[in-house]
Design a protein. Structure first.
Length: 340
């Protein structure tokens, strides 16, 4: 008999850490963690098994298909936005090819189990392309259907994979005699920048905010790669994890979409600096260090509309900008660096 499990790819990433910890707290101890590297010791006690491997390895995925009965897939593995711009072909192979492999695994699992398999895919505000700063300023909070013209390889990958999820959920092999829609229950969130007090991000274009915070607490100068007036939406890692679990726990018939925006606050880079100065008076920051990365941030919206998530599955962030610092970031980041 195959063992019923939850599969998480990219388990060592920022979201993977928080998600595994929260699932374990919710008595989900049957987690299989797949990553290119051995799972981090901080979460190794929360999983059933750690598998070192590549999502492009079809033989490995075939082995997983044979050995396990996979109830849910959280496909977090990806090549992030900044790295993807340096290696667009590799980004396509990993972000699109890897997602196709996991969707195929989910289809095979659904067929063998006789019911749909839930599939979570983390998308991004990188799917948007505002085309000009004037558009960005005038647009206000944009919905899921607006400005879907990404200007980065990462954004292209994410938008295409959203559409693949929609296809696999509703129209996979629709000309086949045994066509069965709904084998996959695909659910996706377009995340804004995510800030964690526990881990330092790598490879993301929204990393200027968390990098500034982690530098401040360590009394390090920070060369911010964007202008002070640069504005995109953000949320804390606990709120991101809460959003994932709330969406995955929602009843399918309450959802009117496969893809949802979520957000919490959208301060400028300078607003982050001013807030941090209240806690770290000696903070040292220069702005505008990288014009190329600046152009990517300028292509992303200043704010997004998450009414659909609020209406369909009751989304509401715990942390406003003020609460993010007071209740989560400052206490935990000081503890993390032994600055109490």
């Amino acid at each position: 008999m195959r063992k019923p499990v939850i599969l998480i790819t990219g388990a060592n990433g920022e979201i993977g850490h928080g998600l595994i910890h929260s699932l374990y707290q919710n008595n989900q101890q049957n987690i299989i963690a797949l990553d290119l590297h051995p799972v981090d010791p901080s979460i190794s006690g929360y999983i059933q098994e750690s598998i070192v491997g590549n999502i492009l390895d079809k033989n490995l995925l075939d082995q997983l298909n044979t050995e396990y009965e996979i109830k849910e897939i959280y496909h977090l593995a990806a090549l992030l936005s900044t790295r993807a711009e340096f290696s667009p072909q590799m980004a396509h192979e990993v972000n699109v090819g890897g997602t196709l492999n996991l969707l195929t695994l989910a289809i095979e699992q659904a067929k063998s189990q006789g019911h749909s398999v839930k599939f979570f895919f983390p998308s991004s505000i990188a799917v948007y392309g505002m085309q000009s700063l004037e558009n960005k300023t005038k647009a206000g909070a944009i919905t899921e259907d607006q400005f879907c013209n990404p200007e980065t390889m990462y954004g292209c990958n994410k938008l295409y994979c959203e559409n693949l999820g929609y296809y696999y959920s509703n129209y996979y092999q629709r000309l086949a005699e045994d066509f069965t829609p709904g084998l996959i229950d695909f659910r996706s969130i377009r995340f804004p920048g995510i800030i964690s007090a526990m881990t330092v991000p790598t490879g993301g274009t929204s990393d200027f905010a968390p990098e500034m915070i982690h530098s401040a607490v360590q009394d390090k100068h920070y060369d911010c790669f964007v202008r002070g007036d640069s504005t995109i939406p953000f949320m804390t890692m606990p709120d991101a994890i809460s959003a994932i679990l709330n969406l995955m726990n929602a009843k399918r018939d309450s959802l009117n979409s496969h893809v949802y925006n979520v957000t919490a606050f959208n301060p400028s880079a300078e607003a982050f600096y001013n807030k941090l100065k209240q806690y770290f008076p000696n903070i040292s920051v220069n702005y505008g260090a990288n014009k190329k990365r600046q152009s990517i941030v300028d292509s992303w919206p200043a704010n997004i509309n998450d009414d659909s998530a609020q209406n369909d599955w009751g989304w509401k962030p715990e942390h406003t900008f003020e609460k993010a610092f007071e209740k989560y970031l400052i206490p935990n980041i000081k503890k993390h660096y032994n600055k109490d």
